[in-house]
Design a protein around this ligand. Structure first.
Ligand SMILES: Nc1ncnc2c1ncn2[C@@H]1O[C@H](COP(=O)(O)OP(=O)(O)OP(=O)(O)O)[C@@H](O)[C@H]1O
Ligand SMILES: [Mg+2]
Length: 263
């Protein structure tokens, strides 16, 4: 991480408040900076505003309250080519092949057919689906569909990837495989990632930092650096006592966020 990346963070949220008009705000005084090339996870109880924060960064929810938000040096705007968004459900188009789906993000951004297909093909190979590029989503397993969605996300070559529980709906084993794949893709492509998960082990395994939010109104209650060396392997991390210490530390922060709001 260079000095310039610290001075010009990929995400700069300062003193953000957001209300949808209910009795309580959704986000209250949230400040979060993500440096260029950093992988930051957001964890917190259901309804604390994690998706809302990603939607604000993607320009899908307008920012009308107090505070400021800058994404890759600009005010958030929908369709910003520097930002890619991946969701829990694969959101693949059912009538398109894996290759056409992997190329879809580039197509929306107006990249020529030959270039987008070449980039999508290379990314499908990187996620282990070279042999399946002509399959429709219905002929892919759930894990393969999320691999295709990863290929589409990384093919866009965006500066910032927003990921909202991308592996949340997968079975435990497939999830571990895709986490390993995401570690490799991030080592290879070095994009900035803001990642939402409910799985603390996943947050520790993937991240440089984990930010813990409290229940509504969402506030940041802890910011935990994950000082595990890279490259990482999910299998090896399971044997590392420090991995388990960090996991326990996050649980404690998460619980303190609940207690604070229940008391
Ligand atoms: N468009 C909207 N209009 C009104 N309220 C909304 C809107 N979007 C989200 N909310 C409310 O904001 C709060 C935060 O929702 P959000 O989806 O960001 O939570 P979350 O942390 O992502 O939860 P989960 O972990 O369950 O996905 C919730 O109380 C939700 O009802
Ligand atoms: Mg959510």
């Amino acid at each position: 991480m260079s000095d310039t990346s610290v001075n010009n963070p990929a995400v700069a949220v300062d003193g953000l408040h957001l209300s949808f008009g209910g009795p309580e705000p959704v986000l209250s005084d949230v400040s979060l900076h993500v440096a260029e090339g950093e992988f930051v996870s957001l964890v917190g109880p259901s309804g604390c505003g994690k998706t809302t924060l990603l939607n604000l960064c993607a320009g899908l929810v307008p920012h009308t309250g107090k505070g400021t938000i800058r994404v890759v040096g600009e005010a958030p705007s929908e369709g910003n080519a520097k930002v890619a968004y991946m969701l829990a459900r694969d959101s693949l188009l059912p009538w398109r092949t894996a290759l056409e789906n992997a190329a879809f993000g580039l197509e929306v951004r107006g990249v020529s057919a030959s270039e987008r297909l070449a980039r999508a093909k290379a990314m499908l190979a990187e996620v282990g689906l070279a042999a399946y590029e002509n399959n429709l989503p219905k002929a892919l397993s759930h894990g393969m569909r999320q691999r295709t969605a990863l290929a589409r996300t990384f093919a866009m070559d965006a500066s910032l990837l927003l990921m909202d529980e991308p592996f949340g709906a997968l079975d435990a084993q497939t999830k571990l495989q895709l986490e390993d794949l995401l570690l490799r893709l991030c080592d290879q492509h070095r994009q900035t990632v803001l990642f939402v998960t409910h799985d603390l082990a996943e947050a520790v395994a993937l991240s440089d930092r984990v930010v813990v939010m409290s229940s509504r109104p969402g506030q940041i209650v802890a910011d935990v650096p994950i000082d595990l060396p890279r490259p990482r392997s999910i299998r090896e991390l399971q044997k590392d006592p420090h991995f388990h210490e960090l996991y326990t530390q996050l649980w404690t922060h998460l619980e303190s966020g609940w207690v604070r709001h229940e008391g």
